[in-house]
Structure formats: C-alpha cells, structure tokens
Design a protein around this ligand. Structure first.
Ligand SMILES: Nc1ncnc2c1ncn2[C@@H]1O[C@H](COP(=O)(O)OP(=O)(O)OP(=O)(O)O)[C@@H](O)[C@H]1O
Ligand SMILES: [Mg+2]
Length: 230
C-alpha cells in the first residue's frame, strides 16, 4: 500500500500574481510509515495534504494509491475516501448541533455498519483521543483542541489504511499532544497504517520515520536538528 505523488504542482492566481503553493513535489508514503511534513506558514503544507487526499486537484502531476489514480470526484472518490482514507483537515468540519456520541458512528454507518455497532465503535474512538467525558457535548461546546481531537477520532473510526492529518496536535497542550502522537505512532508502527502529518511540533516530527521540509511549495533540505532520532 503506497501513496505516491509525482511532480505535483498547484498554483493559484490572485490579483495578477501567481502563488506557487505546491511546486513540483514528489513523495511517497508506504504502509507502516509515519511521515512528517514540516515547514513555515504558507509553505504549501495544507495544499499538499489536500492534494494527497484527493480533495484538491493538482494542476500538474499525479497522485496514486497502490498504482491507481486517486479519484477526485463522483462515486469513486466517495468510495475511496470512505474505504481507504482518514483525513483531518486544519480546520475540521464537524457535525454541528449534534452531541458527539450521536454523530460518532456516521462514517461507519456510511460503510454499512449497523447503527448501534457504529456508534459504539465511534465512541471508543472518541475515548481513544481522551473525549470520553465529552460525549454529550455538541461541537460548539468543545474547545478548539477538543474539536481537533473529535476530528481525529472521526477519521480513525473506519480504521483507514491511509491517514492524513493537518497539524493534529496544533492546539494541544504537551500532555494531550503526546497522547495523540502515541496514537499516530502506534497506527503506523504497530498497525501498519500509512500516516502523513503536517506539523510544527518538533516532538511529533522526532517520532516520524522521515521528515519532509517544504519551503515555498518545494521540498527542501532538512534541518539537521529534525533528523529522526532512531
Ligand atoms: N485557494 C487559494 N487561493 C489562493 N492562494 C492560496 C489558496 N490556498 C492557499 N493559497 C496560498 O498558497 C500558499 C500555501 O498555503 P497553505 O495553506 O498550503 O500553507 P501552509 O503551509 O499550510 O501554511 P500554515 O502553516 O499557515 O497552515 C499560501 O501562500 C497561500 O496564501
Ligand atoms: Mg496549513
């Protein structure tokens, strides 16, 4: 199971200027790997993650999963996202107005799992990210970091083969952050998932098998202090 991006670019035209958000990037992630994407604000990390998730079409280049093109629209895209992908966006959209325990199983239900079982599994995923005491809360009754963790839980309910997460620990204190880091680490290294995380967090970057640094939309040399420790 491999996600491969080859010579991917995404440029935006704003007010006559071209922003090269992602500029000729090639990378690959295999099962069992935790990869961190690191880089300054505006360097193109979120754009690249959206492209990897099939949520943003690249202007150039290809994105493949196990050799097949990642579908961008229609039923094939829905199916791919449902069956394969767990994605956590930088500003996650949750099911607003509904307590967490009621929406917890929706992704599994979409895969045909019975509602009662789907909910139980969804609640377990919420417990795994430390939200077991907030099941009755609606998303607007959560802190920013709790919303982010709810989004992580939702992405993980389906036990996806590929996990893409944009700053999953960005709003968390160091203790909660390290629990999320442990969770992502286990998913990659014990359960053989392919995990790509965008992060500014050196603690998380150090746990990665590889750290990719993005600068002005291009992959750049890595700072030596971020090289993997093991
Ligand atoms: N829809 C868009 N239209 C025009 N420009 C965009 C669009 N999306 C992103 N950009 C530009 O592309 C560049 C990369 O944005 P991106 O969100 O990928 O950065 P990032 O590395 O995730 O930053 P941060 O760490 O602040 O989240 C930025 O300069 C941004 O202004
Ligand atoms: Mg971003």
């Amino acid at each position: 199971m491999t996600l491969r991006l080859e010579h991917v670019s995404r440029h935006f035209s704003v007010g006559g200027d071209i922003v090269r958000a992602v500029d000729d990037v090639s990378l690959q992630i295999e099962r069992g790997e935790l990869i961190a994407l690191y880089g300054p604000s505006g360097s193109g990390k979120s754009t690249l993650l959206m492209i990897a998730a099939g949520l943003e079409p690249p202007d150039r280049g290809t994105v493949t999963w196990d050799g097949g093109a990642v579908p961008l629209s229609g039923r094939a895209a829905d199916r791919w996202r449902r069956e394969t992908l767990g994605v956590v966006l930088q500003h996650p959209q949750l099911v607003e107005g509904v307590p967490l325990h009621r929406s917890a199983g929706l992704r599994l239900e979409a895969r045909g799992v019975r509602r009662s079982k789907a909910r139980l599994d969804g609640i377990r995923a919420l417990e795994d990210v430390g939200l077991g005491h907030r099941l009755e809360h609606r998303p607007d009754q959560l802190s920013i970091g709790q919303r982010q963790r709810a989004a992580i839980a939702r992405a993980l309910t389906t036990n996806p083969e590929l996990i893409l997460a944009d700053e999953p620990t960005g709003n968390l204190d160091s203790h909660t952050s390290s629990e999320i880091v442990d969770l992502l680490d286990r998913l990659a290294h014990e359960r053989g998932r392919a995990v790509l995380i965008v992060t500014h967090d050196p603690q998380l970057a150090h746990r990665a098998d590889r750290v990719l640094r993005l600068e002005d939309g291009r992959l750049a040399e890595l700072d030596s202090d971020l090289a993997p420790t093991s």
